[in-house]
Design a binder for this molecule. Structure first.
Ligand code: SF4
Length: 503
């Protein structure tokens, strides 16, 4: 009989087919970049948890990858007779196995007992963590260890890092012992169900749906989709702002293609998208776009930021998952129509904010609109810089002046332009190839989107990255961000009808 790990039982909880595929066709799994990033963050938080729960570094760490399962379980049993904090203690019982992030010795009424802490990199207690805790407690208690308390610790995003490696306060605990202890019959049922799924000769007939994304993005999605009927030629999700309730209603009417949606169920913009899609034609209200921009002349600036978040803050004064802007690109178009470029990129690995904020104020001039694409992001980051440097009135004034001049091109694009190749999206990456086909992100070497920019930043700031690799990453980042603002320039030019400018 197969022994199921906690992750396999959690896969079952998400989808029986997922478990079957993990057991019998694991090579079909293709995890997204987002899933890989989650694993990386999880490991990072796990490392910090060891510092927090074992500041004297007297604890024992069990590494199943090097020790093997049998040795890991045996060493856990040996360590349970001592008083050390144990990390990754392993247990097997009742057809399941599990490893505990942290085990802390304690005394209850004069007797030795243990407190288990499971560490998560999220910022709240998710419902599906309760299943995780139930499995941990079932296996650990079943194996005979005196588990008295079981907590789930997640990141407290209201906490501020004081610096000097002091991460006490990063994690917030939620006691789940009572609830987890009461669910052992349920866990037994999951193990029995996992055994049934395992014994099935064929993968279960389950179609894709919302469950494929929650609680985890499933790596078998492409495989499952390939088994299903081909998607509609013009799928419903291309309709802008179509809510899940409307999609459900349409699905219940057997409608999967936007051509079949009754007119009265669409708003004006959705009807426009459908018209452009079906006729393969572009919509451009050139007069309206030009009127939207007419009041704002030259000089003009075009701004874009690249940023990154750290679950575990690196710099004093930072909160978990706070956005750190490490780069900006700024094109400036003067009154004579001459275009110049300014940029700032900090790969020192230090807090990049103050030098960047000062360079930004120095580069943005004193007047003229500052165009961005999706203003909430840039405005939000500048406001955070203002809060950070509230003690520096001149810097705050300079940043506030930039916010007051920001003009967002996204709402103009949404209202005045649509091309069928956008497939219902007005992201810059979708709009740019339609408006200015000569500008392409996929022709860039290396970094081609925001996620890749973050990966490049992490690699470039890693102390072990070789100087020539760091230089190559710097070039890729600068080229990518420069294209983002040049794209905004060209978009503005088309929308403003300023085709006489040689840009
Ligand atoms: S993609 Fe969806 S249906 Fe397929 S195994 Fe994963 S969760 Fe199940």
């Amino acid at each position: 009989m197969r022994i199921f790990s906690k992750s396999k039982l959690l896969a079952l909880r998400q989808c029986r087919k997922r478990l079957w595929l993990e057991l019998h066709r694991p090579a079909l799994r293709d995890d997204s970049a987002g899933t890989e990033t989650s694993f990386r963050i999880g490991h990072q938080v796990g490392d910090i948890a060891r510092q927090i729960y074992d500041p004297e570094q007297c604890g024992a760490l069990i590494d199943v990858n090097t020790e093997g399962f049998a040795a890991a379980f045996a060493r856990t049993q040996a360590l349970l007779s001592g008083d050390q904090t144990i990390f990754e203690a392993g247990f097997s019982w009742g057809g399941a196995l599990a490893f505990a992030d942290v085990l802390l010795p304690m005394q209850v009424e004069g007797k030795k007992a243990w407190r288990m802490v499971e560490v998560k990199s999220s910022t709240s207690l998710k419902d599906y963590y309760r299943d995780d805790a139930a499995i941990q407690s079932y296996v650990a208690r079943g194996s005979g260890m005196p588990l008295h308390s079981l907590a789930l610790a997640h990141i407290d995003n209201g906490w501020t890092y004081p610096g000097n490696g002091d991460y006490r306060g990063l994690l917030k605990e939620n006691e789940l012992a009572e609830e987890a202890f009461a669910r052992s019959t349920e866990v037994q049922g999951w193990i029995a169900e996992a055994q049934q799924v395992d014994a099935q000769p064929q993968e279960p007939a389950i179609t894709t749906g919302d469950h494929c994304e929650a609680p985890y993005a499933c790596g078998f999605y492409d495989h499952c989709r390939s088994q299903e009927a081909p998607p509609a030629e013009f799928p419903l999700y291309w309709l802008p702002r179509i809510g899940s309730a409307a999609l459900d209603t349409l699905a219940s009417q057997g409608i999967t293609d936007l051509r079949d949606v009754p007119d009265e169920q669409l708003n004006e913009k959705q009807r426009r998208v459908r018209r452009c899609t079906v006729n393969n034609s572009e919509f451009f209200d050139a007069e309206g776009a030009s009127a939207d921009l007419a009041a704002r002349g030259l000089p003009a600036y075009f701004l874009d930021f690249e940023s990154i978040q750290f679950a575990v803050p690196l710099w004093a004064g930072w909160r978990p998952y706070q956005q750190a802007v490490f780069q900006f690109s700024l094109h400036a178009l003067d009154a004579q129509g001459k275009l110049t470029h300014h940029e700032h990129l900090d790969l020192s690995g230090n807090d990049p904010t103050e030098p960047l904020a000062r360079a930004l104020v120095a580069s943005c001039g004193g007047s003229g609109p500052v165009y961005v694409y999706n203003a909430a992001f840039e405005s939000g980051r500048i406001q955070e810089m203002m809060a950070r440097f509230a003690h520096d009135a001149a810097l705050v004034d300079g940043l506030a002046g930039i916010i007051a001049r920001i003009v967002d091109l996204l709402p103009i694009a949404r209202e005045r332009y649509y091309h069928p190749s956008q497939h219902g999206s007005w992201s810059l990456k979708k709009v740019l190839p339609a408006v200015v086909p000569s500008l392409r992100y996929d022709a860039l070497d290396g970094v081609q989107d925001g996620g890749m920019a973050q990966e490049a930043y992490l690699e470039a700031t890693h102390p072990q990255t070789a100087p020539d690799r760091k230089a190559a990453l710097r070039t890729q980042l600068l080229t990518y961000c420069k294209l983002d603002t040049y794209a905004t320039v060209r978009l503005w030019q088309v929308f403003a009808g300023r085709t006489e400018l040689a840009l």
